[in-house]
Write a protein that binds this ligand. Structure first.
Ligand code: TRP
Ligand code: SF4
Length: 535
């Protein structure tokens, strides 16, 4: 792979670049800070500010949507349609997520465990990893603590149904292949990006930075043997990592495929205008069979354009003028980004039919965009490249704490650990806050506020399981005033107690499975801690 690029800005380029900056100021907008507190006041802002897409819009493309999808717990995504399509067509796809072993696994982690298991059952190659390098470098946990928590996460994941024969479990610190990939990807990561994305500065430890490139490697790891659409199920706090990994994945690619109309390279907005001109060629071309660039320029200079494209007009016109008599003719373009000569030569050979070869790009008149993407990837892989698909992601809502406010591992009563004694879980639910009214009478009259109720969330996210009718019944009865909080909590507490007892039994059974896996859960003995970090 060549890396002749020293400009830190590269990668956030043009049409497919994404807004990079994660606001960590919290001032009014949303804050997405992977190492901060995980709360989101307004999910809608995530769509507008960061370009996360609404999950609802693509749920119909998902072959058998999980109940977390059906109930809107999974609310957002990036490019998940690609993964859904691959799964629907029995084509290769992968899913991966990671867990920082900083405490007990709790019911918030269970959401992600379930998402992984779901994708595994849908046929994706599925990976679960323990982010121990991150826990050590960003959170300062000792290796002994990490060993213990790592074990607990893995046991719960197995107990919930992850199949380790079909999928892969690993910890970052002992995965050499992963670390080699992290090193390679580091060539495409600039300190300036760490500053702007994560707010890193001169006081940030090098190990913390290394844990970031390690996460980039985690995200692309499922594609090492073969590129495939990959989904990363996470909370929205991890979106800065997702965006960065998407950028890095693109930067490693040998070729970029774009739509073009003539020899000049138009940017995304200019392309819209030029496409318009081409569509309207009957109106301005002397011979609509061979419309000329300079005539298109003359037309476009006076054409009516939407105000959002006004800024792009001058550039488009100038480029068309410079192309003069050259015909305006749609084509698919392969831009050389990182290919060496050999790879470029093999692409030239591989492009079928009519084509035009330039210094740093090839135009094809026969391939559509998708075919071209596929060919570019094939040639890249054949010539020693990764050929990564830009990774996709899905985002789930954070659970509300049982005490109101956020669910946090550091507030004991706010969360339910998967290791809580069943009786303890029962008690926590019984003393949870609710969306109920002050008196039973008012509750019957006005109904409860299920949407504001952490107990209802428990039903929807966990206790109702796959049974939509049950979840709906609880909701309707609550808001209809037929359900009172005392009985409702009793029912939830009992179900939770049963769930915990059952889960813990399955954890005990998973011990054997875990022992058979090739995962070293006692690395404390072989490593020495790094003292101190900036946090
Ligand atoms: N940073 C994640 C967390 O804080 C853990 C993680 C590491 C991860 N590598 C990952 C998550 C890859 C998703 C994909 O929980
Ligand atoms: Fe919450 Fe149940 Fe009370 Fe409704 S009845 S507010 S769901 S505890």
């Amino acid at each position: 792979m060549s890396d002749d690029d020293t400009s830190p800005a590269r990668g956030t380029d043009g049409a497919d670049g994404e807004k990079q900056r994660a606001r960590t100021d919290g001032g009014g907008g949303v804050a997405l800070d992977p190492w901060g507190s995980a709360t989101v006041a307004d999910y809608r802002e995530l769509f507008e500010e960061f370009g996360i897409e609404e999950f609802e819009a693509i749920i119909d493309e998902v072959p058998e949507p999980h109940y977390l999808m059906r109930r809107g717990v999974i609310f957002g995504h990036r490019d998940y349609d690609r993964v859904a399509r691959a799964l629907a067509n029995d084509e290769p796809a992968a899913a991966l997520s990671g867990f920082m072993p900083t405490g007990d696994p709790h019911i918030g982690h269970k959401l992600v465990f379930d998402e992984l298991i779901y994708h595994q059952q849908q046929g994706a190659d599925t990976y679960g990893l323990i982010a121990d390098l991150e826990a050590h470098s960003a959170r300062g946990l000792t290796w002994a603590e990490i060993d213990e928590h790592a074990r607990d996460y893995l046991l719960s994941l197995l107990a919930l149904g992850f199949d380790p024969e079909e999928g892969e479990l690993y910890r970052q610190s002992t995965n050499r292949r992963l670390q080699d990939l992290a090193f390679e990807l580091g060539s495409n990561a600039r300190f300036a990006e760490f500053e702007s994305i994560y707010g890193f500065d001169g006081g940030t430890s090098v190990s913390h930075m290394q844990s970031v490139v390690t996460q980039m490697a985690d995200i692309l790891y499922p594609q090492l043997d073969e590129p495939k659409p990959t989904v990363i199920p996470v909370g929205p706090d991890q979106d800065p990592h997702v965006r960065f990994s998407r950028d890095i994945a693109r930067k490693t690619r040998y070729f970029k495929v774009t739509e073009a109309f003539a020899s000049p390279e138009f940017d995304a907005a200019e392309r819209v205008l030029v496409r318009r001109a081409h569509d309207k060629r009957e109106a301005w071309a002397e011979d609509p069979e061979t419309p000329r660039c300079e005539d298109a320029a003359a037309w476009l200079a006076d054409a009516e354009v939407d105000s959002e494209f006004e800024a792009a007009r001058a550039g488009a016109v100038e480029k068309l003028e410079n192309a003069g008599m050259e015909p305006l003719r749609p084509r698919t373009r392969f831009l050389d980004r990182n290919a060496d000569e050999e790879a470029f030569e093999s692409l030239i050979e591989a492009v079928p039919g009519e084509k035009r070869v330039f210094d740093a790009h090839i135009d094809s008149f026969e391939l559509d965009r998708e075919e071209a993407e596929e060919l570019a990837r094939e040639v890249e892989v054949d010539n020693g490249g990764f050929g990564f698909h830009t990774p996709s992601s899905i985002y789930h809502r954070f659970m509300t704490g049982l005490t109101g406010g956020k669910m946090s591992s550091s507030i004991e009563a706010s969360h339910i650990s998967l290791l809580d004694e069943p009786e303890e879980g029962y008690d926590k639910v019984k003393s949870a806050t609710t969306g109920g009214r002050e008196t039973a009478e008012k509750q019957r009259e006005l109904g409860g506020e299920a949407d504001e109720c952490p107990v209802y969330e428990l039903y929807a996210y966990l206790l109702a399981g796959d049974d939509d009718d049950f979840a709906e019944e609880v909701y309707e009865e609550c808001v209809g005033g037929e359900r009172l909080c005392g009985g409702c909590k009793e029912q939830a507490a009992t179900l939770l107690k049963e769930f915990l007892a059952d889960h813990q039994e399955k954890r005990a059974e998973a011990e054997e499975l875990l022992a058979d896996l090739d995962i070293d859960l006692d690395i404390d003995a072989s490593r020495r801690g790094i003292p101190g970090d900036e946090e």
